[in-house]
Design a protein around this ligand. Sequence first.
Ligand code: BES
Ligand code: ZN
Length: 530
Amino acid sequence: MSRFLRPVLSLLRPQISSTPPLSRINSQIVRLSSTKAAWPYIYRTQASPSMAPNLDSYFKTVDSSADSFVDRLRQAVAIPSISADEERRQDVVKMGMFLKSQLEGLGAHMEARLLGKQPGKEHLELPPAIVGRYPAKKDESKKTILVYGHYDVQPAELSDGWNTEPFKLTEDSKGRMYGRGSTDDKGPVLGWVNVIEAHQKAGVEFPVNLLMCFEGMEEYGSEGLDDFIMAECKPGKFFADADACCISDNYWLGTEKPCLTYGLRGCSYYSIEISGPGQDLHSGVYGGTAQEPMTDLVRVMGSLVDTNGKIQIPGLYDLVAPLTDEEKSLYKDIAFTMDNLYESIGSQTGIFPDKESTLMGRWRYPSLSIHGVEGAFSAPGAKTVIPAKVVGKFSIRTVPNMEPDDVDKLVYKYVQDQFNKLNSKNTMKCYLQHSGKWWVASPDHWNFTAAAKAVENVWNTKPDLTREGGSIPVTLTFEQATGKNVLLLPMGSSTDAAHSINEKLDRRNYIEGTKLLGAYLHYVAEEPAK
Ligand code: BES
Ligand code: ZN
């Protein structure tokens, strides 16, 4: 028996009201069952070579176009579309326009939709959502697949420790293509562009109607996109006809085994602002006479989590869905080793000694990370300054069944209590920057079956079914707004170092990943259900 037939997920279907709430409320409950009848649909219909669509000429064209596809990625990486940096907003827009013109060049109908001003920064226009349709005219006889990706990237500076210029795609002798955004998420987004081009070049009929939604603020919490998606999924609007959704914006668990992903953690991101003196002070003159905001902040931040990742906020773990024996048994079969972890983090400093606890720590338990301090001295060398105002940043990755509002309340109370204990005369404010909810869906759907068949065809192996520790805030929004299944179909691997220095995408993953996205659309077209 395939080990994929053992993990069993059955779904209590979500109740999607005709006017879904704009907040990200996950209405799905995933229940684990062990009855044979509930085996996932995904492997009830096995892929067999005779059923496989003839993809040969498409695959050959992808291979022969590989260099030009890499060149497309090179052009995209050269645009520093950093959404968190106000100064780079024009580059974010430029990247959106690059994407739009690439797709228009292939005959897609494209639109750049304005999303209004950035909340809290009213002088700043949000980058547009780039939406599109291919073929430009809908073929009523075909399924419609809505794909999403993001064209913004995390910040990057050579001085952070990159071995190569972050905004210059640099390929080494092993086909590792280094550059900010290569794997997150420009490679996968351009994968869809490559799919269209390779079909045209190969003269292969496009198997579905493709709807596209590409955003430029994902790395900043997808500001402005929720309302847009909700509105565009209404009858008669741009995304109304989607039969299923697909997002390629996550990673394999290791470097060899592809996966399909059915869960993400949520993310609630907070700031703690502590101020006192009217301006920065000389520590020789004022040290020992003025209370120091940084001292208070370090103590408050230091009380949030311990060395083994245990969050210190009382009541937080009470919000977490309990682990059942059935769920526990799923982890042992996942193709993941502690060496995969050590290779991807570049050290042996993991919290847990075993793979099951490590996967659970990443996927199904919350975590709290401390990200940085604004206003603190951080340059090399020594500066004897007392910063007047410092803002500490931390986030909590949330999991079923944590409601963001409940998490906020516990965080605010705890931070205030910790600050009160200091008896400081400084002033403290704790506030939320953004929050996105966790998402757990069912792989028991033709959308996942089609993707599993495509993986088998392209990679010659069955995919793992995984959840993820990261967050893509609009995943749940797409699910609720369309009322349809959402699949995460990653292109990159665990060693790609998204958000880190030396982010890369392997040429192999980019090219085979392009084949995979195209093959997925063909298998989708073959699935009986619409
Ligand atoms: N590609 C990631 C999402 C991701 C990360 C999936 C790790 C799987 C594993 C995405 O671009 C991202 O980084 N999202 C942000 C969202 C946040 C700002 C709400 C994240 O997870 O930090
Ligand atoms: Zn991403």
